[in-house]
Design a protein around this ligand. Structure first.
Ligand code: GLC
Length: 548
């Protein structure tokens, strides 16, 4: 059992003091800030660091333990900042490095840790390394990337037929200084995101130095983008079912994370959190061995259907895989890449995968909201850490009505699905767009119906999503059982998930088609919706005190 964090109650806020020794990532609530869409301080319609600083009270009222900041570095924004031109500075649209440092200090003063996003698989085509590599076929920087001659007599066919992570092709041909067609370079995402060659020691050194740069500025953790993609098979074989994949999850990647772990271990209480999309649980768990990453996002849970049997299996699979290596599980419902879960859970088909595009299929937002409320009590009471994507605490849904000419996501052109719908600026105050997000024109349109979902409209309304999240996160901090390892399933009827944590805490989620009786309990701590007398209605969850 882990020691309980030092907890201090100040007015209605609960602040956890930041300690150097605390393995905080094991059961933290981590809030993802998508800086373009959080809050704009200067009226250009794009969220920024000063906007975040001005709204830190929202995060401390919510009670989150840490912020994960999506990329804020200088970038041409070909992929919303996941095309980084310089990892040691801040994009002028977001502010300055001094502003970022001030945010870290101010967040810490509120008891909130900071996690920054590092993108090691690729950089921006505007990064100095790539500009040098492109300008001169003899430049040593060429070796830092994947430049290869084309196939066929004229070299006009791509070196491989690999399909990119957004769909589409993965090679772009260069032009030699004399104007003739040159080699091709590899990009698993867009042409503006050339892949780095991780076999090269300079790439490894550079990224270890970038980690130190941010750790030296007090940052508490690193979120690692596309963490399983870094290495490529140098023979560039075709992708063949049943054979080793040429660029997914190559074993060499683990050496890199062992080296990164040595860097993070040289600072107190720093965490490495991987974005590892991997259906094979044992391969996924390899990233969480004791000398590698501290945690990784649970996309199995995120993509799971609203189905009691599948959800229970997913929870068991997760806990089993993590227990085997002593790593904490994570619980993720939404992020900046996936359809918001109010929308997902309001559809007939409630799963998520990039391959199965459900955009535009009918959505029952009332049903989705009811389930999202229940899912909040589930994800905040399972053993491990929980991620909250900005706006999820407001019950925002996917904006599926963004006009094509306003879409910015490069995925749309390649896959016909846009991630813009989950990246729409937050509604803070007022009755109409831009809802206090900006004094200008928000970079993506907000639905008019969000007037009921603003922070202002929900604050103090006991039935609102925001107050549910606030109450649940506050209760989570002080519930002893929620800080103990493990959980025990209770015998419950079909379609009902019920488990205990510790001696006296239980969560019950009714996913069956009818209201059900609650197990024996002493008192009700929190419900995601009204009880039906003594019964727990469909798609509703409850936290119970089960002993006096
Ligand atoms: C990750 C990010 C996503 C980005 C991609 C390429 O999956 O979460 O937003 O487009 O990597 O960097």
């Amino acid at each position: 059992m882990r020691p309980k964090p030092h907890v201090e109650t100040i007015r209605k806020q609960v602040i956890v003091a930041i300690s150097d020794q605390d393995p905080w990532w094991r059961d933290a609530v981590i809030y993802q800030v998508y800086p373009r869409s959080f809050a704009d301080s200067d009226g250009d319609g794009i969220g920024d660091i000063d906007g975040i600083r001005a709204h830190l009270d929202h995060l401390s009222d919510l009670g989150v333990d840490a912020i994960w900041m999506s990329p804020w570095y200088p970038s041409p924004m070909a992929d919303a900042g996941y095309d980084v031109a310089d990892f040691r500075d801040i994009d002028p649209a977001f502010g300055t490095l001094a502003g970022a440092e001030a945010l870290v200090t101010e967040a810490h003063a509120q008891g909130i840790r900071m996690i920054v996003d590092i993108v090691p698989n690729h950089i921006s085509s505007e990064h100095l390394w790539f500009k040098k590599a492109l300008a001169d076929p003899e430049a040593p920087e060429r070796e830092l990337f994947w430049f290869r001659p084309g196939r066929g007599p004229d070299g006009d066919q791509m070196p491989t037929d690999w399909v990119g992570e957004f769909g589409g092709t993965t090679w772009t041909r260069t032009t030699n200084p004399d104007g003739t067609p040159g080699d091709w370079y590899l990009h698993l995402f867009t042409p503006e995101q050339p892949d780095l060659n991780w076999d090269h020691p300079a790439v490894r050194e550079e990224f270890e130095d970038i980690l130190r740069f941010w750790f030296d500025r007090g940052v508490d953790g690193i979120r690692i983008d596309s963490a399983a993609l870094l290495f490529k098979d140098r023979d560039l074989p075709a992708v063949v079912d049943g054979q080793r994949h040429p660029f997914h999850d190559l074993d060499e990647v683990h050496d890199v994370y062992r080296a990164w772990r040595r860097v993070s271990d040289s600072y107190p209480s720093r965490a490495l959190i991987g974005e590892v999309w991997m259906p094979e649980v044992d391969r996924f768990a390899n990233y969480l061995r004791p000398d590698e990453l501290h945690a990784a996002f649970n996309f199995d849970f995120l993509g799971c259907a609203w189905d009691p049997q599948l959800m229970r299996e997913c929870i068991d699979r997760t806990l089993h895989a993590h227990a085997a290596i002593g790593a904490p599980a994570t619980w993720v419902l939404s992020n900046h890449d996936v359809t918001r879960h109010v929308t997902r859970y309001g559809r007939t088909e409630t799963t998520f995968s990039f391959e199965n595009n459900l955009d535009g299929t009918p959505v029952d937002l009332e049903l989705g909201t009811r389930r999202a409320r229940a899912a909040a009590l589930l994800s905040l009471s399972l053993p491990g850490s929980t991620y909250v994507y900005q706006g999820e605490e407001l019950g925002l849904w996917e904006n599926e009505n963004i006009p094509v000419d306003q879409m910015q996501d490069p995925m749309y052109a390649r896959r016909g699905h846009t991630r813009d719908g989950c990246r729409v600026p937050l509604p803070w105050t007022g009755d109409e767009a831009p809802f206090g997000f900006t004094t200008g024109e928000p970079w993506l349109p907000q639905p008019a119906e969000w007037k009921d979902r603003t922070v202002e409209a929900q604050t103090g309304d006991p039935n609102s999503m925001l107050e549910l999240y606030r109450s649940a996160i506050r209760a989570r901090k002080t519930e002893a059982g929620l800080h103990q390892d493990g959980m025990t399933w209770l015998d419950s009827g079909p379609g009902v998930l019920a488990y205990t944590r510790g001696r006296d805490f239980a969560c019950v989620l009714n996913m069956s088609g009818a209201a059900v009786a609650l197990p024996d309990h002493h008192s009700v701590l929190l419900t995601s919706g009204p009880l039906d007398g003594t019964l727990l209605p469909q798609d509703t969850a409850v936290w119970l005190r089960i002993q006096e």
